[in-house]
Write a protein that binds this ligand. Structure first.
Ligand code: 2RA
Length: 336
């Protein structure tokens, strides 16, 4: 039977994409409850051919709701999702608020779907976009050869900063093309167009950023590898909506690039695009607006001590879809 589904943050980039994913995947929605701040209440969103009015997100707005997809920030998630949970709704939350809580499962359906059922607080957390896009291809290789260590560099799209990020990159690019000055570069600390910013989130311990520590902390929880060693560098790049990652994986057992390609060609959520002779490799322009993580540039890590138990590869995935909205809807499909 059909469900009452609320979207918290319905007018943002991820919330809008969640509504589109529900429609595309024919999720059994009896009634959509789009929720947002008072500022956005009264607007309408399009769902299944109808205009649905956006309501202000208050605790009572969750009365009668079966599933909540959370696309709001940490503060609003902390304030409102426990209210929704107390009213009997199961929440799939894309914020960072609950991701590392021991009694909240953190799930990538291709990796740990079995964790979904155990949600004592009626909250299930959606991982960070860079974590999802990096681990979807890493996991099947880890199952084949065992996982010791990850060295990751990410090249993260402007969309990670939401609609303001998308708009700012477009604005800067246009202003600069016209020979103007970019002025205020919010939400970015510096001009992003024709630049790279090696900071996403705040600086934490050991001069790592919060974004870089997510790869380690979320990766350990999702793959149930508390000893996993991760070294991550997260960089904001002038790309609209796909994140890219260069990943070197140190395995417990030997694995060749051909074996890796064979494993990945059968892996869920992955598309292998790896044909250097024909200049075929993943690029953000190819992966935007679809749900697969493309993987290529698969090669031996020539710097590895034994030369056979480490590989490097390159992957790209749509940050708004698989990196956030689609992953959350896929989790919700496991609740049906
Ligand atoms: C970013 N991963 O890319 C963070 C939040 N989406 O900004």
């Amino acid at each position: 039977d059909k469900l009452v589904v609320a979207i918290l943050g319905a007018t943002g980039v991820v919330g809008t994409q969640m509504i589109q994913c529900l429609e595309e995947r024919d999720f059994p929605v009896e009634r959509l409850v789009p929720l947002a701040s008072a500022r956005s209440a009264g607007k309408t969103v399009r769902f299944n051919g109808e205009d649905v009015t956006v309501l202000e997100a208050t605790p009572d707005a969750f009365d009668g709701v079966d599933i909540v997809l959370g696309a709001a920030g940490d503060a609003q998630a902390k304030e409102l999702l426990p209210e929704a949970a107390a009213r009997g709704a199961v929440c799939v939350d894309n914020s960072h608020a609950f991701r590392l809580d021991a009694d909240v499962p953190l799930v990538i359906p291709e990796i740990n779907p079995e964790d979904i059922a155990n949600h004592p607080r009626n909250i299930i957390a959606n991982p960070n976009c860079a974590t999802i896009i990096g681990l979807v291809p890493t996991w099947p290789l880890a199952q084949r050869a065992g996982l010791k260590r990850l060295i990751v560099s990410t090249y993260q799209a402007a969309s990670g900063a939401g609609m303001p990020g998308l708009r700012e990159l477009e604005r800067e690019s246009r202003v600069l093309a016209e020979g103007g000055e970019v002025g205020d570069t919010a939400p970015f600390a510096y001009q992003l167009a024709f630049n790279l910013i090696p900071q996403i989130g705040g600086f934490k311990e050991e001069a790592y950023t919060s974004e870089e520590l997510k790869m380690q902390n979320e990766g350990r929880k999702i793959m149930h590898m508390p000893e996993l060693r991760v070294n991550c560098t997260c960089v904001r790049v002038p790309v609209m909506r796909s994140h890219s990652e260069s990943i070197t994986v140190e395995f417990e057992r030997p694995i060749t690039p051909d074996e890796a390609r064979e494993v990945l060609s059968k892996a869920p959520g992955v598309k292998v695009v790896d044909d250097p002779a024909n200049l075929r490799y993943p690029m953000p322009l190819d992966t935007s607006d679809q749900d697969l993580v493309y993987v290529g540039r698969i090669r031996r890590d020539l710097s590895a001590p034994d030369g056979v138990s480490a590989l490097t590869f390159w992957c790209c995935g749509d940050q708004i879809r698989k990196g956030a909205a689609t992953n959350a809807v896929q989790i919700a499909e496991h609740l049906l």
